[in-house]
Ligand binder design. Structure first.
Ligand SMILES: [Fe+2]
Length: 511
């Protein structure tokens, strides 16, 4: 075991304060846990953020740069440390720490921890991706999204942490921007008392930072981060509900004002997630779309459907008879990301191509006489959807994974959804929320209606949880794991439905 360290001195402006100045007593700075992410065959990003008083501005730290030691070992006792170093946590970036560890072996587990100010962090476990030339037999992953702190407890994360997974895909709504009352919303048996600043909607950098800190104090969320590397993308609530590129949901807000808020939100996102330094935003721009390879078994394309999209058609929300949604000039991905994606998928030699993104791609008619469609989803951007699905017809093994909507759906994807007799070209697994929406229920009149009006839907369920998946060389299996409750602690998990789909003949079949 590592011996407890000498007290280290703060540094100011990069220069060490020398002499006899004692280090301030700041308390345990690791209240936000640890995380790893963006696994490559030889490396992974390690993350933590120093915050001895996490619910306060600046995490209760003075505006000084603080050194942080890190270690990577092959055992959880840290008897075989194979990488180590010292980095700094700077106040300009909320005392966040990002370590881009390199020189690791492909496809294996590692353990990591940090040390600062006389304190050791919790231990995290991570896993590198398989070698580029490897031919793995399987990839195990989970799909998760939407963890409104105010809507329920994170027992789903605790259950997820005990699964056997190679990687977790988090598909957006890591935080929600709305005001939170002093008792933390619907966490009914909580003894929590939040500072008044949480009753403000997030728009400044400090408020976004404090919002991440509140979420990260949750021990179940910390356990899920510490168990596996995560690959994350955002959806809308990391900035503001249903924003589109530079357009606020409130049309009276000028674009230049909204972009200031977006810059604050993106900066806090970067600070609080295990992302590589090239992802660091410049003002209101942050490049988040990227690819991961898991040998020749799977390539995962992580998409950003918020930053570059055309404003929602026909005034957003549920609409009937909106022709504008089919305008070929409308885009969800933006031309650059779309061309990147189509080029990569079109040339992919992987057995499977995973599109890890935010919003439901399958057509989803809400039924009834109006039979409306949601303009915020791919239904509002049919030109980009058609281009992707046409490419999928030539690319076996396309799997779309989605979040956003707080329901579980399993869907066969077709180029023309009104032709159910035509073969599916891909499958979509829409994962429900971790907590957003509260307990939910297996079925609702709306879900019944959607099943009736959308023959390509194999499942529509309204409980909380996540989707556990395993890709084999020739088939995919998905288990929809659902929670008995989230508004009280101690929710149990069970498998609501399981599906398989063949790589060369896509179509979800009950397992
Ligand atoms: Fe959400």
């Amino acid at each position: 075991m590592l011996r407890m360290p000498r007290r280290r001195l703060f540094t100011l402006g990069g220069a060490a304060l020398i002499g006899t100045l004692p280090a301030p007593r700041i308390g345990d700075p690791f209240t936000l846990g640890v995380a790893s992410g963006d696994p490559l065959p030889e490396g992974v990003v390690l993350w933590t953020r120093l915050a001895p008083r996490p619910l306060e501005p600046s995490g209760g730290l003075p505006p000084v740069t603080i050194p942080v030691d890190w270690q990577v070992a092959t055992d959880d006792g840290f008897t075989r440390v194979i990488r180590r170093g010292t980095t700094t946590a700077s106040p300009g970036y909320g005392h966040a720490v990002h370590v881009d560890v390199q020189g690791l072996q492909p496809g294996r587990d590692y353990f990591y921890r940090f040390r600062s100010q006389g304190h050791l962090s919790p231990i995290g476990r991570t896993r590198t991706a398989p070698a580029k030339a490897a031919s793995p037999d399987s990839l195990r992953f989970a799909i998760a999204s939407c963890q409104a702190y105010t809507d329920g407890y994170y027992d789903a994360w605790r259950h997820l942490a005990s699964e056997e997974l190679d990687v977790v895909f988090f598909l957006g709504d890591y935080i929600y921007e709305g005001a939170i009352n002093s008792v933390g919303g619907n966490r009914m048996d909580s003894a929590l008392r939040l500072p008044d600043t949480y009753e403000l909607e997030t728009d400044t950098l400090d408020l976004y930072r404090m919002r991440y800190a509140l979420y990260r104090t949750d021990p179940d969320l910390q356990a899920a981060h510490a168990a596996f590397p995560w690959v994350l993308t955002w959806d809308d609530h990391e900035v503001q509900d249903n924003y589109a590129d530079g357009v606020s949901r409130f049309t009276t807000v000028p674009e230049q004002d909204f972009l200031v808020r977006r810059a604050n939100a993106y900066r806090a996102y970067w600070e609080n997630q295990p992302l590589r330094p090239p992802r660091q935003p410049a003002g209101p721009d942050m490049s988040l779309y990227r690819r991961f390879r898991f040998g020749d078994l799977a390539h995962a394309y992580v998409l950003d459907t918020r930053q570059y999209r055309t404003d929602q058609a026909c005034g957003d929300n549920l609409r009937a008879g909106c022709e504008d949604r089919n305008d070929p000039d409308r885009t969800l991905l933006g031309a650059e990301q779309r061309d990147w994606l189509l080029g990569k998928i079109g040339r992919s030699e992987a057995r499977w191509n995973i599109l890890a993104q935010q919003i439901m791609m399958a057509e989803c008619r809400y039924g009834g006489p109006a039979n409306r469609l949601d303009m915020d989803k791919w239904d509002g951007y049919t030109a980009d959807r058609r281009r992707i699905l046409e490419t999928a017809t030539r690319t076996p093994g396309t799997v779309v994974i989605s979040g956003d909507i707080h329901y579980n759906y399993a869907a066969d994807l077709r180029v023309k959804f009104d032709r159910p007799e035509t073969p599916a070209v891909a499958v979509e697994l829409v994962g429900t929320s971790i907590s957003s929406g509260g307990d939910g229920s297996d079925s609702t009149p709306q879900l019944d209606m959607q099943r009736r009006y959308n023959p390509h839907l194999r499942l529509a369920n309204g409980q909380r949880g996540y989707v556990r998946c395993e890709l084999g060389r020739d088939s995919l299996r998905a288990d929809y794991r659902v929670m008995s409750q989230v508004t009280r602690r101690g929710g149990e998990i069970s498998t609501r439905a399981s599906f398989v789909s063949e790589r060369v003949r896509p179509g979800l079949v009950t397992a």
